[in-house]
Ligand binder design. Sequence first.
Ligand code: UD1
Length: 417
Amino acid sequence: MQKFVIHGGRRLEGEVTVQGAKNSALPILAAALLCEEPCELQNCPRLSDVYAACRILSSLGCRCSVSGHTVRTQPGPVEETWIPEHLMQEMRSSIIFLGAMLGRTGACTLGYPGGCELGPRPIDLHLSALRRMGVRIREEGGVLRCIAPGGLHGAKIHLQFPSVGATENILLAAVLAQGETLLTNAAREPEITDLAGFLRAAGARIEGDGSSTVYVEGVKSLHGCTYRIMPDRIAAATWMAAAAACGGELVLRGAAPSGMESLLDVFEQMHCRVRTEQDILRFHAVQPLHAVRFVRTMPYPGFPTDAQAIVMAVLCTARGTSLMEETIFENRFRHVDALTRMGADIRVAGRVASVHGVPALHGAQVAATDLRGGAAMLTAALGAQGETVLSEISHIDRGYDAPEEVLRSLGADIERV
Ligand code: UD1
């Protein structure tokens, strides 16, 4: 079991090249299953979730080789339409392979994804959309058997909620389906535009991605391509949060500031200074930080739920009281206990947390509860006085590419033991 040992209170300063986006890399790897020729994915982050996605691809007959930040996929005949249970459990977002498998073979059997650390994660929107595209779905003892007897066909689909995963699964199923698909109330996250960009590079016909109405015209086949994965806006926000918690100055290179407006706005409300030029983001945290009256997580372009815990860790020592409302996931305040053990004053009532700024946090022994909750504890520890031992860091490795190396290069005192 690995841990991070952090001695907090060091000012952070320097340059970081932002890693590729986890939430683009995973659906794009699933999309590679649809291509009849090899693909090369550049700027792929080195993450346990990416390796799990590669293992799923290999189990389905598509060979994957990883070299640094490049993943090459080599399609082969798909002999298996069953995604093994242990691989489904390894990665929460393995459901994204359902649309790709149905698009490729018209059939897929997979374990029903169970609950996760953020609360129940239903897939009703994915399934009802796929049914409209001609898929018959039977659930037997926790296993989903999906088959499209006459092949997939396009459909008019309206999502009750702009689910990121459902939008991606519909895109993956629609690109090789017969006819046209019109999707309304689609999720608009930049990572969806990135997936659509990859699919277009492989020959798909998609319009409107990034808006709530997406149109797909099915094509006969997809070819291979080389594609560069977009920068990770949540990793960029994490390094800004770390600098804000410690006081510091960062230059983030290879960032995508245009997809980060709601995040940058919250840092500016804390009185941090942010300047952007194309793919460069200059960040200067001016102490003392100010509380933010109200932050509500919302689908894009609203404030991302994935940054809620990380920003909360910074607000623990901001002057005044900040209110944070979590509207996307039911159980996304599990980091609060650890932050409280580090001296934070946070009260949770239902989906709202009120964070009363304290002068300083102190180190403690804490365990990561989930990916972003773990990143919040890491952020808090970097700004805290004394030593923090952070365990269960495999959660953090699901989403951050060598985080201790990034932070050490900025002057942090952090070790993986
Ligand atoms: C994706 C991201 C995750 C992010 C989330 C919200 C990836 C790999 N993961 O997750 O990091 O936190 O978007 O921005 O990209 N829901 C239903 N029924 C469904 C589908 C979703 O009720 O069929 C609910 C979920 O329970 C949740 C909410 O909708 O409460 C948002 O889920 P969704 O947008 O689908 O998130 P994911 O795709 O799972």
